[in-house]
Structures are given as structure tokens and as C-alpha cells.
Ligand binder design. Structure first.
Ligand SMILES: [Fe+2]
Ligand SMILES: [Fe+2]
Length: 177
């Protein structure tokens, strides 16, 4: 069946190349909210790694360093790019208040990050500081994902374009921090 074979081969070839190019496009076009949520997941995974390291005697300091860097960069791209865009898109005063609260929460998170960066991993308060930081971050992430992001999705903000800006800023900051 030369025809069948040829058609099947050609179909399979098309599918493969289509799949490959679709996943490439998807990676390139991760929108603003998808990018920020991926950051949230990454930090959550790092906090879990810290719990494991505590149990197994792993390198807690290295994990905390990664947590601090990820949170610093994430807070910066939200404050510089995402929150101002959100304020512009959310007309309602109550919605604007949500961004005010998010910025206040960032200040608490950043203060604890700075404290942790100055704390020796053998200090008796080191683990407690990581735990409280994790609680602050969980609370803040929940507010963003449950309250702010759904409201933003209903606006006409160009999330794809904003995703490009966030990614570029993040890449620059990752090299600096
Ligand atoms: Fe966030
Ligand atoms: Fe945030």
C-alpha cells in the first residue's frame, strides 16, 4: 500500500513538526499571568525543598538563597510592570485597594528576605524566619491568584504583550541579583 504508507508517513511527519512548533510558540507566548503563576509554583517548590533539607540535613542555605533571589526578582517585576498595568486596567477603587494591599505585603516579604540574607543558617531563628516567610508568601500568592488575577483577566489588558515585558525584565534582573 504505497499510498497509505506515504499518507501515514506524511501525516505523522506533519503532526510531529506541528506539535514541536506549537510548544515552542507556547513557551514564547506565556502570558503575564501564566508567567507570574509559574514563578509562584517555583517558589512553592523551593519551600518544599527547604522542608526536605531540614529533615535530611541538606543544604538549607543554598535553597534559601534561591528563595530570596526568586522572591526579589518576582516582587520587582510585579512592582515595576504588573501592578502599574493592573492599576491602569482596574478602574474600580476597591480593585485599586487590592494592589495597595499587595504592595504592603511585598514590603513585609522583602523585609524578611533582607533579614534572612543577614542571618546565619545556624542561627536559632533561621528556620523560624523561613517558616514565617513561607506563610507570608502563601497568603500573598493566594490573594493574587484568587482575587487580583481573575479581575485582570476580565479587563482588556494585553496579557501576551505584558508577558513579553515581564520576561525581559526578569531575565535582566536574574543576571543582576
Ligand atoms: Fe506574585
Ligand atoms: Fe506579589
Amino acid at each position: 500500500m504505497p499510498l497509505g504508507t506515504s499518507a501515514s508517513h506524511s501525516k505523522s511527519g506533519r503532526t510531529t513538526s506541528k506539535t514541536r512548533s506549537a510548544s515552542k510558540t507556547e513557551a514564547k507566548q506565556q502570558d503575564a499571568i501564566a508567567l507570574l503563576m509559574a514563578d509562584h509554583d517555583e517558589v512553592e517548590a523551593l519551600f518544599k525543598q527547604f522542608q526536605q533539607a531540614k529533615k535530611n540535613g541538606g543544604d538549607k542555605a543554598d535553597i534559601v538563597e534561591q528563595i530570596c533571589k526568586a522572591l526579589t526578582v518576582h516582587a520587582e517585576i510585579e512592582e515595576e510592570i504588573f501592578y502599574p498595568a493592573a492599576r491602569g486596567a482596574l478602574a474600580d477603587k476597591d480593585e485599586d485597594d487590592l494592589i495597595d494591599e499587595a504592595e504592603v505585603e511585598h514590603a513585609s516579604i522583602k523585609s524578611l528576605v533582607e533579614q534572612l540574607q543577614d542571618t546565619d543558617p545556624n542561627d536559632e531563628l533561621f528556620d523560624a524566619k523561613v517558616k514565617v516567610l513561607c506563610e507570608y508568601v502563601n497568603h500573598h500568592v493566594k490573594e493574587e491568584e484568587d482575587e487580583i488575577f481573575p479581575k485582570i483577566k476580565k479587563t482588556d489588558l494585553d496579557l501576551a504583550e505584558l508577558g513579553v515585558e515581564l520576561r525581559e525584565c526578569k531575565q535582566e534582573l536574574m543576571e543582576e541579583v
